[in-house]
Ligand binder design. Structure first.
Ligand SMILES: C[S@@+](CC[C@H](N)C(=O)[O-])C[C@H]1O[C@@H](n2cnc3c(N)ncnc32)[C@H](O)[C@@H]1O
Length: 293
């Protein structure tokens, strides 16, 4: 049973229901999740079971395996399979300025308000956390947005961007900051020229002076301590994989991480009804932008 802060009981989480599996298969499914925890230290026990099942099944299909118990045996014999499975589970799909309308809303409605408050308070440090940053497109997009806004009376602002993920492969790509031309399609030509260096073979690498405003960190947002004194959190297209109980815990972590009146940008697909109650007020429901209460 899941309750929000007002004590309303929310309907059971269908995305967590595996009651159609026979007991032996259900046990094998849980065994797989435990093995991932022991082999790779990644705790998926509170991820939504149905999406985990779907993702594990994709990997099983690639091995032409139909039963969870056979796949559990494969994992036990071949721990390297864990990496391939985790790649499937964590899905690192992302892009520069993903949902550009969300960036536009943050830029027009949120940042001016936050910066004016900072001006009044006499501080010039602006901290952002991109939680679940995958291969880096999101934090680099935020960095571009801030660079373009930090001019005129905001020119003295210093952006600090923390970008975290549990996936070391994705983080290595993010740190390298080299992208295919097609992934820059949301960037204008002047933005490409200003923030990237064109390499051979249609690759673009993020300019060094620009890269240094972002600190890439391996962090499990569920079990590791959150950052502190953050003004703006982006956590998009990650929370959807977690159970409702875990989602609530995460929103509590984000609440603790934010400064008074700080903002959280969730993914457009995220279901937040009841889960953020007592923690955040909805300032832009369409773009899933929240303000810490
Ligand atoms: C679909 S990508 C989203 C990337 C970006 N936020 C966006 O919206 O474009 C989800 C990312 O969340 C990461 N992730 C999943 N569980 C996580 C956890 N517990 N802690 C940190 N990152 C996690 C995955 O490794 C993956 O890179």
């Amino acid at each position: 049973m899941f309750m929000n802060s007002r004590g309303d009981v929310l309907p059971p989480d269908k995305a967590n229901d595996l009651s159609d599996l026979p007991p032996v298969e259900l046990a094998a499914f849980h065994q797989i999740v435990e093995m991932i925890f022991h082999i790779r230290g990644v705790d998926l026990r509170q991820y939504r079971k149905k999406s985990l099942r779907r993702r594990i099944s994709i990997r099983m299909h690639q091995h032409r395996i139909e039963q969870f118990r056979d796949y559990a045996q494969l994992l036990a014999k071949n721990p390297a399979e864990c990496d391939a499975l985790l790649d499937k589970i964590t899905i690192n799909v992302t892009e520069f300025f993903r949902n550009p309308e969300t960036y536009a809303a943050v830029r027009a409605e949120i940042l001016p308000r936050l910066l004016e408050e900072k001006l009044k308070a006499g501080t010039n440090v602006f901290r952002v956390w991109s939680a679940g940053c995958a291969s880096g497109e999101e934090p680099y997009s935020i960095a571009i947005m801030l660079r373009e806004l930090f001019v005129g009376k905001y020119a003295h602002f210093l952006p600090h961007i923390y970008a975290s993920d549990i996936d070391d492969h994705a983080l290595a790509e993010a740190k390298a900051g080299v992208y295919q031309e097609r992934s820059l399609r949301e960037l204008s030509l002047p933005q490409r020229e200003k923030y990237f260096t064109r390499q051979d073979a249609g690759l673009y690498s993020v300019r060094n002076d620009f890269r240094t405003i972002i600190r890439f960190v391996h962090q499990n947002m569920i079990s590791d301590p959150p950052f502190r004194n953050i003004d703006l959190i982006y956590c998009r297209n990650v929370i959807i994989y977690f159970t409702r109980e875990l989602q609530r815990k995460l929103y509590e972590n984000f609440h603790a991480a934010l400064t008074a009146g700080g903002y959280l940008v969730a993914g457009k697909v995220e279901a937040v009804l009841g889960i953020t109650d007592g923690l955040f007020e909805r300032v832009n429901p369409a773009e899933k932008i929240f303000r810490k209460m």
